[in-house]
Design a protein around this ligand. Structure first.
Ligand code: FES
Length: 161
């Protein structure tokens, strides 16, 4: 058996040299891969892809008169009152919890600290400092109800279809 101790000094040195060359190349490869990852992250655009504030609430006929419909995903109510349609933010003005419509009581209630609101967003009781804001609503060319969550409007601006 050829043990490294029994090899000529030049052959043992060559094996050690080859080992350190491979170790160095491996280390450089790992460092290069890390650098490439950081360079890609640095050069790629730092953009937040937020959902559009505009919601298509669909056909007005799908909302019966005197109905309050919560869209959980967009955090708005679509309300079909006798006067027409309107949209309220469903986010409590106290600390931002999602409110819920209580049909048996005819109110909107916040589960977090007990704020209660009328169907038109006016505060009844609780720590909420403001009413639920009305959101801009309109009917698009296809006849669908549209809501702009980013725009508050004065109350009592109903959309009539
Ligand atoms: S978050 Fe609604 S009452 Fe506090």
């Amino acid at each position: 058996m050829a043990d490294e101790k029994h090899l000529p000094e030049s052959a043992a040195g060559l094996n050690r040299r080859a080992f350190f060359v491979k170790l160095g190349l491996g280390s450089l490869s790992i460092a290069a891969a890390g650098t490439a990852v950081f360079a890609y992250q640095f050069l790629s655009p730092n953009v937040l892809y937020e959902p559009s504030p505009t919601i298509n609430a669909g056909n007005p006929e799908s909302y019966p008169v005197d109905s309050v419909t919560l869209d959980v995903n967009s955090g708005i109510y679509i309300i079909h009152a006798k006067e027409g349609f309107f949209s309220l933010s469903a986010v409590c003005t106290h600390l931002g919890c999602l409110t819920a419509w209580k049909p048996d009581l005819g109110i909107i209630a916040c589960p977090c600290h007990g704020s209660r609101f009328q169907q038109n967003g006016q505060k009844i009781e609780g720590p909420a400092p403001k009413p639920l804001p009305w959101k801009r609503m309109w009917v698009n060319d296809d006849g669908d109800l549209m809501v702009d969550r980013s725009t508050d409007i004065r109350p009592l601006q109903f959309v009539r279809v």
